[in-house]
Design a protein around this ligand. Structure first.
Ligand SMILES: Cc1cc2nc3c(=O)[nH]c(=O)nc-3n(C[C@H](O)[C@H](O)[C@H](O)COP(=O)(O)OP(=O)(O)OC[C@H]3O[C@@H](n4cnc5c(N)ncnc54)[C@H](O)[C@@H]3O)c2cc1C
Length: 280
């Protein structure tokens, strides 16, 4: 609500941080006709969540909408009295802006948990049941660094879906059902009229294949493999054109299925048919 109020009279804004949130805010502000400058200290956008070739693709979509992206931005600070009026760079130059939005990630506040004696390491550590190092104390949501059996590591996940599914898992365990949360993490992001969805951890895939193109199919699906196994996906689509495909791919990864890659990459072959084949 505060951002909406700030944008009402703004003509130029700076967004600090080119992660999912920074890019979404930039897309919304551009759609309102506001000149946007995204400042990223790293060499490219979305480095935590996407491999370089896909980050470049998203950069192209944004620049096609006149969003200006400044990577390797050497920021010094903000100028202004009661309100920010400019962003200052390390070389002494300035960019006049009406507002600045900072979206540079979060650090979990584990102080309460640590004081209570729970083991923490970038979040409250839990097993796959959601239990912390203290029996009968569970942790879920953004603050929980839970053990993910499929990926064999502790990981904090930041999405509504994760918070909800972890809640269901913990409730089952509290009620006495042994239940292990073993997700293929999913998230989506609407930027302009494009929807980006990811499954798994795309920044980590060793090899990529592509199914369809945005230009000819209204959607392109990038399939990421590690050790020859399909384990991550990124779709870029007009609106929700790829939504059903991503659901099927999530199921295939959950099942540890390894469909024929030629078929997987052929947009004329329905993914549902591949799922059916796998089940048989
Ligand atoms: C700008 C933004 C955009 C996002 N967009 C998306 C999106 O599009 N899709 C998506 O899936 N996810 C999105 N997320 C992530 C999503 O909001 C979180 O993953 C989700 O809210 C996590 O739920 P949670 O219950 O763990 O934490 P929260 O929703 O943060 O809730 C934690 C609550 O605990 C309270 N609290 C903290 N400490 C204490 C204490 N000591 N005692 C009592 N209460 C306390 C906090 O005040 C807060 O109300 C977004 C996040 C942000 C910041």
């Amino acid at each position: 609500m505060a951002i909406k109020r700030q944008l009402q009279d703004a003509s130029t804004i700076a967004i600090i941080g080119a992660g999912f949130i920074g890019m979404e805010v930039a897309a919304s502000a551009r759609s309102l006709g506001i000149a946007t400058h995204v400042m990223e200290t790293g060499p490219r956008i979305m480095s935590r969540s996407l491999p370089a070739f896909l980050a470049d693709k998203i950069t192209e979509l944004h620049t096609s909408q006149d969003n200006r992206i400044h990577c390797n931005a050497g920021l010094k600070g903000f100028n202004g009295k009661d309100q920010v009026t400019a962003v200052e760079f390390q070389d002494g130059s300035e960019l006049k802006v009406d507002a600045v939005i900072v979206g540079i990630g979060v650090t979990p506040n584990t102080q309460l948990a640590e004081t209570a004696g729970l083991a923490c390491d970038n979040g409250i550590l839990t097993d796959a049941r959601g239990q912390t190092s203290v029996p009968d104390v569970y942790a879920i949501g953004d603050c929980a660094a839970s053990y993910l059996p499929r990926y064999a590591r502790q990981q904090r996940l930041e999405s509504y879906q994760n918070a909800n599914l972890q809640a269901e898992n913990v409730v089952a365990n509290i009620l006495g059902t042994h239940s292990e949360y073993n997700p293929v993490p999913w998230l989506w992001s609407d930027q302009y009229h494009w929807q980006i969805q990811t499954l798994g951890f795309p920044a980590e895939a060793e090899q990529w294949l592509q199914r369809g193109t945005l230009e000819s199919d209204r959607k392109e699906i990038h399939l990421g493999f590690t050790g020859g196994k399909l384990n991550t996906v990124v779709s870029i689509a007009e609106g929700t054109a790829a939504a059903a495909d991503v659901k099927v791919l999530q199921r295939l990864i959950e099942m540890d299925a390894q469909p024929d890659t030629d078929q997987l990459c052929n947009p004329d072959i329905k993914l549902k048919a591949l799922l059916k084949q796998t089940k048989n």
